[in-house]
Design a protein around this ligand. Structure first.
Ligand code: ADP
Ligand code: ASP
Ligand code: MG
Length: 409
């Protein structure tokens, strides 16, 4: 029989009625002759509620215990969904991550899946059951519950699909596919029929949280065809798959991603000597702060400006570290800004087209949007701008690259 893994996100199972509607969808697929394994999230808002509860008790909760708390959201939904499926006359069985044995490493809160024992699930499928697995959670070698990072149910679904050699992994959510940009920000965003793993990975990494980054990585690595669909209406959704080598004309830009979660730090008047970059970035790394973009400008007077961005939640910590570094290396001053945003255009078509950057920069200039930093890779260009211009920038670029619903893109 053909096996499909389906994943339902928080909004899709946010109420009892929605859980019942999802159960109907699952039963319909089962009755159409498919084997179905389901991965679910917690009900929408639940994971945040659980995190807040833990934080009320402890300002920086122990990671192991936090995982014990936050993983309960998914334990509720697997039970409820299994009950709803059974009510429709189809056998279903629920499993937590540790019951399946989704083995992960020890990195609580951002654990990586190492192995999935598919034995129980395969036996249940043979008995005609729908198998409902808790997303977002696993177990480490010591038997402690781990979680995979926010949005991690997507990764559970893809990993199950890979482990069970499913025909497709279907991610059901509150939009009917992957759009050219977040449809909640740009009304004229268009649903894409297809997008490559590579492009989706860039989109996800650059802020499009429709899929967890690791889920896309995993799907690409194991060649699991991934489809994003609506839980609420029927439709083809968006297929995420390997790049076709056919002669089909590819759009230059497939999508626009954006991210408000960054902050910018600049050290002015840094001595222009070898080793200085590592003296600045070293202590930041030692403090476990991830750095995203880095720009160094060579000044006229044997001194440089050194600018980099970090996640906004690490801003205060990074400012503290940088003030220390500034004294040590005798930099002139530290200038910081946590009101920035990053906007990125993504597309494999960029490889074979010149002038993409100039189109981007011109479009932003026409709206008097100042570009503070730029970074590029083969299939993306990112710019840092003032946060207040973010939506204008995304809309402007969406139009400039012909992506609007009525555009020619
Ligand atoms: P779920 O709870 O089902 O996992 P998420 O909230 O994680 O759902 O992901 C779906 C949301 O992703 C949509 O509601 C949408 O606002 C957002 N989103 C961001 N970028 C895009 C995009 N390019 N295409 C579609 N949705 C996007
Ligand atoms: N419930 C978890 C979260 O809110 C995992 C998920 O939804 O994928 O992040
Ligand atoms: Mg999600």
């Amino acid at each position: 029989m053909t096996l499909i893994v389906q994943k339902y996100g928080g909004t899709s199972i946010g109420t009892v009625e929605r859980i019942q509607a999802v159960a109907k969808k699952i039963v319909k697929a089962k009755q159409a002759g498919l084997d179905i394994v389901v991965a679910v999230s917690a009900m929408s808002g639940e994971t945040n509620r659980l995190i807040n509860l833990a934080r009320e008790i402890s300002a920086s909760p122990c990671a192991r215990e936090l995982d014990v708390v936050v993983s309960t959201g998914e334990q509720v939904t697997i039970g409820l969904l299994s009950l709803a499926i059974k009510e429709l006359g189809v056998e279903a069985v629920s499993y937590t991550g540790s019951q399946v044995r989704i083995l992960t490493d020890d990195a609580h809160g951002k654990a990586r899946i190492q192995e999935i024992d598919a034995k129980n699930i395969s036996q249940d499928l043979q008995q005609g059951r729908v198998v409902v697995v808790a997303g977002f959670q696993g177990v480490n070698n010591n038997g402690s519950i781990t979680t995979l990072g926010r949005g991690g149910s997507d990764t559970t679904a893809v990993a199950l699909a890979a482990a069970l050699s499913a025909k497709e992994c279907q991610i059901y959510t509150d939009v009917d596919g992957v759009y050219t940009t977040d449809p909640r920000v740009v009304e004229r965003a268009r649903r894409l029929d297809r997008i490559t793993f590579e492009e989706m990975l860039e989109m996800a990494s650059l802020g499009s949280k429709v899929l967890q980054i690791r889920a896309v990585e995993f799907a690409g690595k194991y060649g699991v065809p991934l489809r994003v669909l609506s839980s609420f209406e029927d439709g083809p959704g968006t297929l995420i798959s390997a790049e076709e080598d056919g002669s089909m004309e590819k759009p230059v830009i497939s999508g626009i991603a954006f991210n408000r979660d960054e902050a910018k730090l600049t050290l002015r008047g840094v001595p222009d000597t070898p080793g200085i970059a590592s003296q600045i970035i070293g202590p930041i790394g030692d403090a476990n702060i991830e750095v995203d973009m880095i720009v160094q400008n060579v000044g006229e007077d044997q001194s440089n400006d050194f600018t980099f961005t970090v996640h906004r939640s690490e801003y205060d910590k990074a400012v503290g570290v940088l003030n220390g570094v500034a004294k040590q290396i005798k930099a002139k001053e530290v200038v910081t800004d946590n009101r920035i945003a990053k906007v990125s255009i993504v597309g494999v078509g960029m490889r074979s087209h010149a002038g993409v950057a100039s189109t981007m920069f011109r479009a932003l200039a026409n709206e008097s949007i100042n570009i503070q930093m730029i970074s590029t890779s083969e299939i993306k260009i990112s710019v840092v701008i003032e946060e207040k211009y973010l939506e204008l920038a995304v809309r402007t670029l969406h139009t400039a690259f012909g992506l609007d619903m009525d555009g020619t893109g």
